[in-house]
Design a protein around this ligand. Structure first.
Ligand SMILES: [Zn+2]
Length: 170
């Protein structure tokens, strides 16, 4: 992979040039704490190679990538006891398709987003004022959260133990 000033942030982390809180790393995939999380414990699963979309990954990597992702989600569930762990995927801003795993807590932004989606999709059907209420609730749940260095250290360490345990079971 080409080095240089234009190198993206994930390649720089792989090469140890950029600070990161690593919860898991092997020769193909790494799990790092999100420095700009919506929720505490939010983690990114990142392949070493460049792919913009998941369907560009070779089969073997795809399996491994999602195996590590599911182990990470189970670890997040055990660590934070959220009602669920949501998965968002990105790959356009940085040339590494990656998953954002988010512990979903009651009343959080992602929780409210799903609730709004249900209302908009009409599943189940709700009156327009309920859609409006949920939309407003989503806006109210927005906040900026920047975890401290100590928090990220502790969380990545605890997550690392749990991911290793989960992968051992797989
Ligand atoms: Zn890269």
């Amino acid at each position: 992979m080409a080095a240089g000033p234009k190198e993206d942030v994930f390649c720089r982390i792989w090469r140890g040039l950029e600070r990161a809180y690593v919860a898991y790393k092997d020769d193909r995939v790494m799990v790092i704490m999100d420095l700009y999380p919506l929720e505490r414990g939010q983690a990114l699963v990142v392949p070493r190679e460049h792919f913009q979309f998941f369907y560009e990954m070779p089969k073997g990597l795809m399996e491994h990538f999602y195996l590590v992702s599911s182990a990470t989600a189970r670890a997040l569930k055990e660590l934070y006891k959220p009602k669920a762990v949501a998965m968002l995927a990105r790959g356009l801003r940085v040339p590494h398709y990656h998953l954002i795993l988010i512990p979903v807590r009651e009343g959080s932004f992602v929780d409210r987003l799903f609730s709004l989606m249900d209302a908009v999709q009409g599943f189940p059907p709700v009156p327009p004022e309920v859609v409006a209420e949920r939309y407003q609730g989503l806006g109210l749940s927005l906040r900026t959260y920047r975890p401290s260095h100590e928090e990220l250290e502790v969380d990545s360490g605890r997550l690392a133990e749990l991911i290793a345990k989960e992968l051992g079971r797989a």
